[in-house]
Design a protein around this ligand. Structure first.
Ligand code: ZN
Length: 411
């Protein structure tokens, strides 16, 4: 998915704006003597921007448009340290709503839908992003914000909400409450638009079954507008993203080099038309891959896969980048084993070895089962692991995901 000529043109106009404003990135480019780019190779040589750069710019160092054009700021809630402030122009706010409207349309949501919004409003980009897009679409918004489940369910029934916008955990909580209260026949929900945290297939299935609604993953981050920059289409898991507003790359997080389409790596985003705080080659630390080929739905917008985790989870084995989520996915596709697993990486006789421990759930031919699992893992990551099957209940329970991987190479 190389950058197109049209996109290069847009990047150049952003480079000029950044240099004129003298923001951190503008300075970086000036120091490197770059005023414009001409080819995809030029683009791939541009420096990355990182969250720490954005923090260093606190409070308003990212502001790239004149103050009289800035209409709003948002802030990403840093769990630690200085927050990031993103200024928006009126056009940025409108562009974001256009993208979000496109997300709703991709999900088959129309101006006859009633959209109940449960993510938070305020400095955060969630609630207001869902709302602006819905209003752009012409749908009826029920702007609830988070919490107050009683009121939430009351409005859901009285207003006959047809679309629920929420986090996956809140959607599950609502689903369980609806079940518990026996009010399922009073609920008119048809679709759920779920903010793109990483959620398990099991959770998705439970929400889908209990609420009987079609679920959509919406992608986005505060640094890049907010939610609404990508969504999956009906019947597919991969998410379309809007390449007239954004250019996405997938890089090897260790080397910073672009990986071929289809390979997993870190999502890096360039905003093509943003005015208030344009970002070039922003490292999201989210893991995904470009899904090659055309989508069955016929839309020409390119696609990324569901978010597979964070770059911090990456393991380098035999020179190959491996992510626990890839192993998890393979394990989840076998009915003969539980969802528990443990990965042990060791270095023996000059080479890396990966052992995967899994639990058999019943009476199976363990030798053939482990062979089949190993083959499937190889097809995902490129080399064959040693798969060891143990009895159910042997592996430690309720461990954090990171603790499932034990790297014995550097002991
Ligand atoms: Zn599609």
């Amino acid at each position: 998915m190389k950058i197109s000529e049209k996109q290069i043109e847009l990047v150049n106009s952003r480079i000029q704006a950044l240099e004129k404003a003298g923001s951190f990135y503008g300075k970086k480019l000036k120091e490197a003597g770059i005023t414009e780019i001409h080819t995809a190779e030029d683009f791939e040589k541009l420096p990355f921007s990182e969250k720490s750069d954005l923090r260093d710019a606190y409070p308003l160092g990212l502001m790239t448009a004149p103050e009289e054009e800035i209409v709003r700021i948002h802030s990403s809630s840093g769990t630690t340290g200085t927050p990031v402030i993103i200024p928006y122009t009126a056009k940025d706010v409108d562009d974001w709503a256009i993208m979000f409207k496109r997300c709703y349309e991709t999900a088959g949501i129309t101006n006859m839908d009633r959209i109940q919004i449960t993510p938070g409003y305020g400095l955060w980009t969630a609630g207001i992003g869902f709302q602006n897009g819905a209003e752009k679409l012409g749908a009826m918004v029920i702007p609830m914000g988070p919490g107050n489940t009683d009121k939430q369910l009351q409005m859901m029934q009285d207003m006959k909400s047809t679309v629920l916008c929420s986090t996956s955990s809140y959607a599950l909580l609502l689903a369980e409450e609806i079940e518990k209260r026996g009010i399922k026949d009073k609920i008119h929900l048809k679709k759920g638009v779920i903010g793109s945290e990483r959620w398990s297939d099991k959770m998705r299935e439970r929400i889908h079954n209990e609420l009987g609604i079609e679920l959509f993953d919406i992608y986005g981050l505060t640094e890049i507008y907010g939610p609404g920059i990508g969504i999956n289409c009906p019947g597919e898991t991969a998410m379309h993203y809007w390449d007239d507003f954004l250019y996405l790359e997938i890089i090897d997080p260790a080397t910073g080099k672009n990986v071929p389409d289809g390979e997993v790596g870190e999502i890096v985003i360039t905003t093509l038309v943003k005015e208030g705080a344009p970002l070039i080659r922003y490292r999201t630390h989210d893991l995904s891959r470009i899904v090659p080929g055309k989508c069955k739905c016929g839309r020409c917008y390119p696609r990324i896969d569901v978010i597979m985790g964070r770059t911090d989870d990456m393991m380098k084995i035999k020179g190959v980048n491996v992510f626990p989520s890839q192993i998890e996915e393979v394990i989840g596709s076998f009915d003969e084993i539980s969802s528990e697993y443990q990965i042990r990486i060791s270095h023996l006789d000059g080479k890396d070895t990966m052992r995967i421990y899994v639990e058999a759930t019943g009476d199976h031919d363990w030798a053939s089962l482990s062979r089949r699992i190993a083959e499937k893992v190889k097809s995902r990551i490129g080399f064959t692991p040693i798969v060891k099957i143990v009895e159910i209940g042997v592996l430690p329970r309720s461990m954090k995901k990171t603790a499932r991987v034990i790297d014995e190479r550097y002991d």
